[in-house]
Design a protein around this ligand. Structure first.
Ligand code: SRM
Ligand code: SF4
Length: 583
């Protein structure tokens, strides 16, 4: 294939999508956000600012449960904002956790949510409270810069320090990569934190792109960009779902370097055959000293070559499939000034979290807590939000979000364990998850309704009910404690990484889902479509015979996803791209 030459950015601005125009004219992410937020006549903001505010980690939404009622009363939609924190590796101090609690009470919808990328989201913040919320975050050294938008997003990293002696060497790389790829514009500081213009670390006026945004330039990236770091054999971050996956390689107890995989992305659009989920492909191995340059230049390549006309085809996966992996390797070598070594052999075993107490090498403990789809809220006798606040007030541990929407309490001294357990128990919460079915322990659901504008069906609010109906079936076939991964999303964007699940459910319309089977337990294979457009009865009827067969015919140690493919419930080539390691 002929090697393409970089496309000049000014041409892109003329021919690009509407979002390219908005970025171009935004003066490095400022737009008219100040004016929009000063307008007292509406709870909404201008159309251009609606796009731009994403770069500040915020989405404008409206309460979809109330749309009709508001329409009938001739009122504007119930607008509110969602803020997504930037939390590399999901880490927070106890004090920061208390701030999150307070923000959700004072400005949000009284809950907050741990996300599949180890971040925290607040929902339901009205326009006139947004600045106060960001200032409250800032007081606790929390920010939402690049939480969303066409930039590198929150960097995810293997969360569990007890699972690998490498963890302490690898974990700090999440923050290093995040900082290295952070936008440099001071727009966030000026608009939300009242930093006077021109006082930030970069110039704000004039057009010297190289100074204002050395990596991103005036047009930022063609689309969102994601980096995840895994420590084999654990793959909680679903490393192959990222634009750049970074896989730690050990040399004894020492970190030798990282395998780099590129071009992962899970979003697809129903009715558009040219969109698809793709797992990242190996391109080689780099030393720790080479990691930041390697990731930086992959981002820069995507900046220069990514599709800026059609946002549905603009992720790195499409750039790679257009130009080829060899082209990417060559381009990267030229930009980095070094060549990646051949990728090292890697084995992954699971994408799941562990629950309960585990001891780390320094003799301290951490506690894995199962939270239902990351929602931090008190419900009935289960007052997890209050319990976690009380634990945070004792300041005996750190807080770490996992990529499965769960929580780790970290760095606990032996003497503090009983106190934490007592608080959880007093608020009706179990210390481990052994009372739950294996299916429930391994389930993920995206937010979907009532806040997500893209949702075609319920996910977070419905999956618990569906699992209630599936559990008697599992019980009937002796599978109640089997670890089976089920994930549900309200649309094919894949926020709950449903296309990687052993049982994937993707919303098509209210109450209807496509059912996918055959994803790998360790995150190394996509699932494939099994049945379309099922309601609840249809899902149960479709799954029961497969589960019964699994109970009867599985081989020793065979996961449900592997079984579904071996027994040809889904064909290997029935859809999706098979992960084929190049090593
Ligand atoms: Fe996502 C868009 C929620 C992880 C792929 N995602 C959205 C929006 C912002 C809807 C929108 O476009 O306005 C959702 C906000 C819902 C709400 O009300 O809060 C949303 N995504 C989420 C979260 C909160 C799901 C969750 O339940 O935890 C996750 C937040 C991650 C974070 O903290 O940064 C979340 N989203 C993901 C993942 C999983 C991952 O990254 O590991 C994916 C699949 C991986 C990928 O990127 O390919 C994902 N979200 C998308 C897409 C499809 C992108 C694509 O390339 O096609 C969209 C739609 C878009 O970008 O246009 C999307
Ligand atoms: Fe919304 Fe779809 Fe993402 Fe679910 S998968 S949060 S419905 S965009």
């Amino acid at each position: 294939m002929t090697r393409p030459s970089p496309k000049p950015l000014d041409v892109l601005a003329q021919n690009g999508s509407e979002v390219e125009r908005i970025k171009d004219q935004s003066h490095y992410l400022r737009g008219t956000l100040v004016e929009s937020f000063a307008n007292p006549l509406t709870g909404s903001i201008s159309a251009d600012d609606h796009q731009l505010i994403k770069f500040h980690g915020t989405y404008e939404q409206d309460d979809r449960d109330r749309r009709l009622e508001r329409q009938e009363r001739k009122l504007e939609p119930a607008y509110a904002f969602m803020i997504r924190l930037r939390l590399p590796g999901g880490d927070l101090t106890a004090q920061q956790w208390q701030t999150c609690h307070a923000i959700s009470e004072q400005y949000g919808d009284k809950s907050f949510r741990l996300t599949t990328r180890q971040a925290i989201q607040f929902h339901g913040i009205i326009k006139f409270d947004l600045k106060k919320t960001i200032q409250a975050m800032h007081q606790s050294l929390l920010d939402s810069i690049a939480g969303c938008g066409d930039v590198n997003r929150n960097v995810v990293c293997a969360p569990d320090p007890a699972l690998s002696s490498l963890h302490a060497q690898v974990y700090p790389w999440a923050s290093k990569v995040s900082e290295h790829l952070l936008p440099q514009s001071r727009a966030y500081h000026e608009i939300w934190l009242d930093e006077p213009r021109g006082q930030g670390r970069t110039r704000v006026a004039g057009g010297d792109e190289a100074i204002v945004e050395p990596l991103y330039g005036r047009h930022y990236l063609p689309r969102k960009f994601k980096v995840g770091i895994a420590i084999p054999p654990h793959n909680e971050v679903d490393v192959h779902s990222n634009d750049v996956g970074v896989i730690a390689i050990a040399d004894g107890e020492k970190l030798a370097g990282f395998n780099i995989v590129v071009g992962g992305g899970l979003g697809m659009t129903f009715g558009r055959e040219d969109t698809y989920a793709r797992l990242a492909s190996d391109i080689g191995f780099c030393t720790p000293e080479q990691l930041l340059d390697t990731v930086y230049h992959i981002v820069a390549i995507q900046r220069d070559f990514g599709n800026r006309q059609d946002r549905r085809l603009s992720r790195l996966k499409y750039t790679i499939d257009q130009y080829g992996l060899d082209w990417l390797r060559q381009e990267l070598t030229e930009r980095c000034g070094f060549e990646l070594q051949p990728a090292r052999a890697v084995i992954f075993t699971t994408t799941g979290d562990r629950f309960g107490w585990s001891q780390t090498l320094d003799g301290r403990w951490h506690l894995g807590l199962r939270l239902e789809y990351g929602r931090v809220v008190d419900t009935g006798n289960q007052r997890i939000k209050t319990a976690l606040l009380e634990i945070a007030q004792t300041a005996v541990c750190g807080f770490r979000v996992t990529p499965n929407q769960n929580l780790l309490l970290t760095g606990v001294e032996e003497t503090d364990k009983a106190g934490i357990e007592a608080i959880l128990k007093a608020h009706g919460y179990a210390v481990d998850a052994s009372h739950l079915s294996g299916l429930r322990r391994n389930s993920i659901a995206c937010v979907a309704l009532n806040t997500c504008p893209q949702a075609m069906a319920e996910a977070e609010r419905y999956l618990p009910t569906l699992i209630n109906r599936l559990e008697p079936i599992l019980d009937r076939y002796g599978l109640l404690q089997d670890e089976i991964k089920i994930r549900m999303t309200g649309c094919p964007n894949g926020c709950g990484r449903s296309v990687m699940a052993e049982i994937g459910l993707i919303g098509k319309s209210p109450g209807r889902y496509n059912l996918y089977l055959g994803g790998a337990f360790n995150g190394e294979r996509l699932n494939t479509l099994y049945r379309e457009n099922l309601d609840e009865a249809g899902i149960l009827a479709a799954l029961e015979p497969v589960l019964a067969d699994y109970a009867d015919q599985r081989k020793k140690g065979e996961s449900f996803g592997d079984f579904a493919r071996r027994r040809e419930y889904v064909q290997r080539d029935a859809g999706g791209i098979e992960y084929v390691p190049t090593t």
